[in-house]
Write a protein that binds this ligand. Structure first.
Ligand code: B1M
Length: 213
């Protein structure tokens, strides 16, 4: 059984170079990339979250840990590729207005892209009407909304309303996710799909299919 305690500690401590080396080393030892992701990098961010809550870690340290995790993700990315390379549809993805968390959203974007979707990443703090305007502009098949704060979850509903107002709701499938988001929330706001993690996001997007297909 792999021991990821050291990797987790280095993510928490913001030791970027060490984390990149360790991730590469785990991969060269033949450890499964998904295991390195879940038990190393994501577990480290969960530990950081707990320390943030108990005020053992503060924003600058959390940010440093987040950047370190992203450096580890870069090494993992080519190994996380899933499935075919056929374009399965265009996905507009973004973190909703008021929310600056993007690691999970980036991971979802990365895996969707490696699963054959064309991904247009709108970044963080995305206004509901910007999602709608981009659907109009790009003809996207899916919208992926990420929220990490309970206070920004209502922006998902507002984004759906903006699509409705623009007469675009019937043209796109809307997929929601992020730590506080649940299937019940997705049902309540009328989203088409919910995914608890990046792997599930691909499965759900493929199941939903493009509206036009
Ligand atoms: Co923030 N933060 N943060 N933070 N932060 C959380 C989310 C929190 C749970 C920490 C805590 O208190 N325990 C808490 C939220 C509480 C709540 O509302 N429920 C919190 C808070 C309170 C805040 C601030 C308000 C703190 C403050 O200022 N007082 C503030 C808000 C800023 C803002 O957004 N307006 C804030 C700021 C920050 C930083 C900027 C310092 C930094 C973000 C840096 C960045 O993202 N570039 C940060 C971080 C790093 C975290 C924690 C520690 C880690 C998040 C993370 O990256 N996880 C987080 C604690 C935690 O989550 N354990 C916390 C790893 C990532 C891979 O997982 O994002 O969950 P996650 O993504 C998963 C799934 O959720 C899912 O798939 C991903 C991978 O499998 N998923 C989707 C995500 N999006 C999806 C979309 C989909 C499908 C699945 O479809 C489209």
């Amino acid at each position: 059984m792999a021991d990821y305690a050291d990797l987790m500690q280095n993510v928490e401590g913001g030791k970027k170079d060490l984390v990149m080396t360790q991730v590469a080393q785990f991969l060269s030892e033949g450890r499964p990339p998904q295991e390195v992701l879940q038990e190393g990098l994501i577990a480290a961010m969960d530990a950081v979250g707990a320390k943030m809550e108990s005020e053992e870690m503060f924003i600058p340290e959390v940010l440093r840990a987040a950047k370190t995790m992203e450096a580890g993700l870069e090494i993992l990315q080519p190994h996380l590729a899933v499935g075919d390379v056929t374009v399965s549809g265009t996905v507009l993805i973004g973190t909703v207005k008021g929310d600056l968390h993007d690691i999970g959203k980036n991971l979802v974007a990365m895996l969707l892209s490696s699963a054959g979707f064309k991904v247009i990443d709108l970044g963080i703090n995305v206004e509901p009407r910007s999602f709608a305007a981009k659907v109009e502009e790009t003809g996207a098949d899916f919208i992926g909304l990420s929220a990490l704060l309970t206070t920004t979850m209502p922006m998902m509903e507002q984004t759906l309303e903006a699509l409705e107002t623009a007469g675009l709701r019937g043209r796109v499938r809307v997929l929601v996710g992020g730590a506080p988001v649940t299937q019940a929330w997705a049902d309540q706001i009328g989203a088409d799909g919910y995914a608890s993690d990046a792997g599930a996001a691909i499965k759900v997007a493929k199941e939903l299919g493009a509206v036009s297909s």
